[in-house]
Design a protein. Structure first.
Length: 277
């Protein structure tokens, strides 16, 4: 009950600081821009009397771009909202007051993680679901494996959330934010190197991407989600870029990502419990 109470208070705190409302407002703005752009681009294609196959390919490409942007927004939201969750409490000495109550340190950290996780889950599901619904209504285009793909996007956000919570138990807010975004950047570049290496059959480039995924397995979750959403579209080598999955993530890497996230949460609980305040 203590953990759930802290989770509830964490959600209320984001509301009080207007972080949640800003995130929702910007999400609605992104959704409006995407839907407007999709409508007019697709309308122009309809006027050229292209075949159904070409129209479906365009819808698939635009949808992949929208999902990619949604995925990136979720990453930013997960880091920005939680980067000060623990470190700011320590820096302002607020945690010293909290711990005078009958609250264990691990309950405080786990409650904060849970509160941000619930908000992130709802945010990603609503934003992604709205994009998929609009594309279906406008272009009659549906994706495969809707629920598993969406859950992988949620997992990627939770992975970054776990990393920032763990970093906040030892680092300052600024250092923690830099660490999270830099590790995500390493994974992002490594993912591109791996995909290009797979296309040109360069084993060294593929190995570099694998090592980057071991350091930070966020990109493999996005790649796997994209292949679940659009298996035929993403297998084309002509679509080089963030929408290409030339090197398919293995199930072992997905298990590693889950263990990585659990390890970060476990480290956060242990680290804050052992920290000298």
């Amino acid at each position: 009950m203590t953990t759930l109470t802290i989770a509830y208070l964490t959600i209320r705190e984001t509301q009080r600081r207007r972080i949640l409302w800003i995130a929702l407002a910007l999400g609605l703005l992104f959704l409006f821009v995407f839907c407007l752009g999709f409508h007019y681009v697709y309308l122009d294609f309809e006027r050229t009397w292209v075949g159904n196959e070409e129209a479906q390919l365009l819808a698939s490409l635009l949808l992949a771009a929208g999902l990619y942007a949604t995925n990136f927004i979720a990453i930013v939201i997960s880091v920005v909202t939680s980067v000060t969750a623990v470190s700011a409490e320590v820096e302002t000495h607020t945690v010293e007051t909290l711990l005078t109550k009958p609250i264990r340190r691990w309950e405080l950290v786990l409650g904060k993680w849970l509160g941000f996780a619930v908000m992130l889950l709802v945010y990603i599901v609503l934003l992604t679901g709205s994009i998929l619904l609009f594309v279906y209504l406008r272009a009659d285009y549906t994706v495969s494996n809707l629920l598993p793909g969406m859950m992988l996007m949620v997992m990627q956000g939770l992975l970054l959330l776990s990393l920032t919570i763990a970093g906040g138990t030892r680092l300052s807010s600024l250092a923690n934010g830099v660490l999270a975004f830099m590790l995500y950047g390493v994974a992002f570049v490594g993912g591109w190197v791996e995909q290009i290496g797979a296309i040109v059959r360069n084993e060294t480039a593929v190995d570099i991407g694998i090592v980057a995924s071991l350091i930070m397995p966020s990109e493999i979750l996005w790649k796997k989600a994209l292949t679940l959403f659009q298996p035929a579209f993403t297998s084309s080598p002509m679509m080089a870029g963030p929408f290409t999955v030339a090197s398919q993530p293995s199930d072992a890497m997905l298990v590693y990502a889950v263990l990585y996230m659990a390890g970060m949460v476990g480290f956060a609980l242990w680290s804050f419990t052992r920290r000298d305040l």
